[in-house]
Write a protein that binds this ligand. Structure first.
Ligand SMILES: Cc1cc2nc3c(=O)[nH]c(=O)nc-3n(C[C@H](O)[C@H](O)[C@H](O)COP(=O)(O)O)c2cc1C
Length: 408
């Protein structure tokens, strides 16, 4: 059963975290395998004469949300609802909240959010569209709304609580999994959590990853990050020991800063021929001091594409091995590649190892796609079945060329 957390984050104004741990979900956005689950974080602020709700939970948990909210406040007393982003994992429970509220609260979001609230839920009364940078005095507090388009949708904004130096950042700063704590106090919890942040960034926001860098830069340039006291995202840990860390982490993933020595190897192998070529490549990489991280599709295993994507940003380079399958790329690699190019399209060197029986297509096809992307195509080695000595020499040479591209 999903666990619910209610934690008071500030005394004045009273600010609460309302988090539910979704351990029932299997595929985020009906696509991404997340056996690790996810949390939905909403926030509630009580200030002089006003009660402000920031986002909500997914519709499946609307009942629990109302029940949790009611532990802190009578929903009728909510005066403002801030909608940072209308994706239903944050907004799904809103219709129920409004019903319980008697439709009195003023809803605040971007102009884009206003359109989507009507499209998704028929909500059109009492919605105030704010401009980028607009400030509203609510109770004793000043709320500044900063638009961060494409982080993750065009509607997205964050809120800065001016007097308290708190950023409510919605999807920005979020991650998958269900951390055992609410915040970043414990370094071990943080270290365990961060790979799920990368996986979340790539699978959810990866398509727009250049906007991650731009928007984080935009927020930093407003001068509100250096002395921020808390960053409160819509998923996962909240950041109050070292809040800057999560935005730095986001910027690094967005720009694909690599970990020295990490090479991502992805391949399929139906009967072990592609694997023979890949083993040669791995051997050469290891001899040169690199650390291959390997994901393979075989008749015994099929890793989650979401996990593979999560490995791309901090890899130095990629090796893609694929068999030709009915005059095309093997279906598992075809899908992986499709998502890779869409979500994790970084300027990193790629070596392709294609294998075929009678007329090779996989290597050539992957090469065409890689050359059209931001990835840097190093070489394609095509092998008929098992690699000959000549093929082996070409594969080893391909690895050495890949390493040269890394400046080593
Ligand atoms: C279902 C299936 C379809 C294949 N289609 C092609 C093809 O269209 N063209 C080709 O040259 N080889 C084709 N092959 C042969 C494989 O590409 C070849 O045997 C390759 O070495 C497979 O490597 P693997 O066993 O590591 O997957 C096919 C093999 C299978 C099992």
């Amino acid at each position: 059963m999903p666990k619910v957390w209610v934690e008071k984050l500030l005394d004045e104004p009273e600010l609460y975290l309302l988090r539910i741990d979704d351990d029932q979900i299997k595929y985020f956005e009906a696509t991404w395998d997340i056996p690790e689950g996810i949390t939905y974080n909403a926030y509630l602020m009580k200030t002089e004469g006003a009660v402000v709700l920031f986002d909500a939970w997914k519709k499946d948990y609307a009942y629990q949300f109302l029940e949790t909210l009611s532990r802190i406040v009578d929903p009728k007393e909510i005066t403002h609802i801030i909608v940072h982003h209308t994706e239903p994992d944050h907004s799904g429970a809103l219709p129920k909240v409004l019903e319980a509220n008697g439709y009195n609260a003023k809803i605040i979001g971007t102009a884009f959010a206003k359109r989507l609230l009507e499209a998704f839920y028929g909500i059109k009364e009492n919605v105030h569209a704010v401009e980028d940078g607009e400030e509203l005095k609510i109770g004793s507090r000043t709320l500044r709304f900063i638009s961060v388009p494409w982080l993750h949708w065009p509607d997205t904004m964050i809120t800065y609580l001016v007097e308290d130096k708190v950023i409510l950042s919605c999807d920005a700063g979020g991650g998958y999994s269900i951390p055992e704590a609410i915040d970043d106090t414990n370094e071990e919890v943080v270290e365990r959590y961060l790979p799920y942040v990368t996986k979340y960034i790539v699978t959810v926001i990866g398509h727009y990853h250049k906007y991650i860098v731009q928007n984080i830069e935009k927020i930093k340039n407003l001068g509100i990050v250096d002395d921020v006291r808390m960053i409160l995202p819509g998923h996962g840990l909240i950041w109050r020991k070292n809040p800057q860390k999560i935005f730095e982490y986001y910027a690094n993933v967005g720009s694909g800063i690599p970990k020295k020595g990490k090479i991502l190897v992805i391949y399929d192998s139906m009967y072990g021929f592609v694997e023979r070529s890949v083993r040669i490549a791995i051997d050469e990489l290891q001899k040169l001091g690199f650390e291959p991280v390997v994901y393979k599709f075989t008749d015994k295993e099929a890793p989650a594409v979401s996990d593979i994507l999560g490995e791309v940003p901090d890899s130095e380079a990629l090796i893609i091995g694929a068999s030709t399958y009915e005059a095309n790329v093997h279906p598992r690699i075809r899908y992986t590649l499709y998502e890779l190019l869409d979500k994790a399209n970084y300027e990193k060197p790629v070596l392709i190892l294609g294998t075929f029986g009678w007329a090779g297509v996989a290597g050539r096809e992957i090469e065409t796609l890689i050359k059209r992307s931001r990835f840097d195509h190093v070489d394609t080695v095509e092998v008929r079945g098992r690699p000959t000595d000549e093929d082996e020499a070409k594969i080893r040479e391909g690895i050495r060329e890949l390493v040269k591209r890394l400046g080593r």
